[in-house]
Design a protein around this ligand. Structure first.
Ligand SMILES: C[S@@+](CC[C@H](N)C(=O)[O-])C[C@H]1O[C@@H](n2cnc3c(N)ncnc32)[C@H](O)[C@@H]1O
Length: 218
């Protein structure tokens, strides 16, 4: 597929500013440490295979978890690139499901992937899933941690380097990446069940300095 075909298919579902961004920057930049919008398009078009991080994240996920399980990805993005990698692996193992929530999804029709075009809410149940995943899930990060702890589930999160503090916090504190990472650890500690532990690893993808958070129940 070429960009023209991709946009012909999905353009109307993107916010106009996002389409403009894609058209202006396509092929000119590979945003490694922040915007995902172009990476999702490159991935869908099979471009920059050695640079795009989703395959590296999946490889790391598979070191810790069974890919043939029922996986919920919260914050899949406009085009759910990571979920397509999960689905392709599940086609090989012939087992497992992948569900994606994001109100920004530009499609709800990708074979084998359950796409839910809305925000995941803290009140939604995760009982049917084995693993919660967030790839740079922005403000959904704490939600994933709390929900996994509440319902005793595992998680795999690639933590954003942008911070997502509450408005109350920002009234009295200056945000920083260091404080954000600390806040995330505290959120885990405050909501975990006895014996739960969270591993904090470096990103496996080159040119990224994200942290990866893993909760694996014993
Ligand atoms: C930085 S983007 C990452 C997209 C994608 N995971 C990627 O790396 O290509 C963060 C996404 O999280 C989504 N998001 C934030 N809160 C959410 C929630 N409560 N439920 C579902 N998606 C959410 C946003 O709409 C946005 O698309």
């Amino acid at each position: 597929m070429y960009l023209k075909e991709f946009l012909a298919k999905y353009k109307t579902q993107y916010p106009p500013a996002a389409v403009e961004y894609i058209m202006n920057n396509f092929g000119k930049m590979l945003p490694l440490d922040n915007p995902d919008i172009l990476n999702q398009v490159y991935d869908a078009l099979g471009m920059y295979k050695d640079e795009i991080p989703y395959a590296d994240y999946l490889k790391l996920l598979e070191k810790y978890f069974d890919i043939s399980s029922n996986i919920l990805e919260i914050g899949g993005g406009f085009y759910p690139a990571f979920a397509t990698h999960v689905h392709n692996r599940q086609l090989q193992t012939k087992k497992g499901t992948i569900t994606v929530y994001d109100k920004m999804l530009v499609t709800q029709n990708l074979s084998g992937i359950k796409l839910v075009k809305k925000d995941f809410n803290i009140k939604d149940s995760v009982s049917q899933y084995d693993l919660l995943v967030g790839i740079l899930p922005c403000e959904a990060t704490t939600l994933i941690i709390k929900k996994a702890n509440e319902e005793n589930k595992n998680f795999f999160i690639v933590l954003c380097n942008c911070t997502h503090f509450s408005r109350q916090y920002l009234m009295f504190n200056q945000p920083s990446l260091e404080k954000w990472r600390e806040h995330i650890k505290e959120t885990f500690e405050e909501t975990k069940k006895a014996g739960d532990e969270m591993l904090i690893l470096d990103s496996p993808a080159k040119n990224t300095d994200y942290k990866v958070l893993i909760k694996q129940k014993k």
